[in-house]
Design a protein around this ligand. Structure first.
Ligand code: ADP
Ligand code: CDP
Length: 206
């Protein structure tokens, strides 16, 4: 079984995917972690996002491993745990440009499709491109203000600054983020996290 949870930035995808996966006793995978890891490596190597060839050589030369832990995914490059560096403002600001590269998208899709079922997959295009035959699909939304307040609280940052960055990232991600025609859209704004997880679980096929 595959359940997909897509949505805009900071809409609750990974928290909801984690809760749903725990309730089902299966892993969840955060596709954004792979885009973030590629971005971190590109930034560290000083690679321009306009030229995918050296980045792909780097990703294929020293392969990354997405570890789908129930408590939170991790990304490894050999013995190095890249996870702590994935959610910096620098990676946030650069990730959309890297994620726009078709070669990078193909690399992520290949990594995800190699994972053994069952799992919950979250991201932007899980229900549309990567797993179009998923058993159940969801798309999470919430207003930029609500999302910014949640993320600002999580990171101890200023909500106004976070909101502007989220709006800009949504704009840059628009080409690679859309609800599948058969996805159930959930506005998480008026709901608690447990409420969203409950709504997803209630909508799963028996
Ligand atoms: P995403 O994976 O879409 O970026 P996260 O799962 O990181 O989003 O969620 C952002 C924050 O919002 C988390 O701290 C999460 O606990 C919080 N949150 C608060 N209320 C809700 C809700 N009703 N639905 C989803 N997430 C919520
Ligand atoms: O958690 P948040 O919504 O802030 O970001 P994320 O899910 O970790 O995704 C980070 C970035 O990766 C997004 O802003 C997109 O640019 C890209 N991404 C994508 O293009 N396709 C996906 N399936 C997942 C992420």
């Amino acid at each position: 079984m595959i359940v997909t949870i897509d949505g805009v930035a900071a809409s609750g995808k990974s928290s909801v995917a984690s809760g749903v996966a725990r309730a089902l006793g299966i892993p969840y995978v955060s596709s954004g972690f792979l885009y973030r890891a590629a971005t971190l490596l590109a930034l560290e190597a000083g690679l321009p996002p306009s030229d995918p060839a050296p980045l792909l050589a780097l990703l294929r030369g020293r392969p990354l491993r997405l570890e789908p832990l129930a408590g939170g995914n991790r990304v490894w490059q050999g013995e190095r745990d890249l996870t702590p560096g994935l959610h910096s403002s620098r990676v946030d600001a650069g990730v959309s440009a890297v994620a726009r590269l078709p070669e990078v998208r193909a690399w992520v899709d290949e990594e995800l499709r190699a994972l053994p079922e069952p799992f919950v997959a979250e991201g932007r295009d899980m229900g549309t491109n990567v797993f179009p035959h998923a058993d159940a699909k969801f798309y999470l939304t919430a207003s930029p203000r609500v999302r910014a307040e949640r993320r600002a609280q999580e990171r101890g940052e200023d909500a106004g600054t976070v909101e502007a960055a989220l709006i800009e990232r949504d704009r840059r991600d628009a080409a690679q983020s859309a609800p599948a025609p058969d996805a159930r859209v959930i506005d998480t704004g008026p709901l608690t996290l447990e409420g969203v997880i409950g709504a997803v679980l209630a909508a799963l096929p028996a």
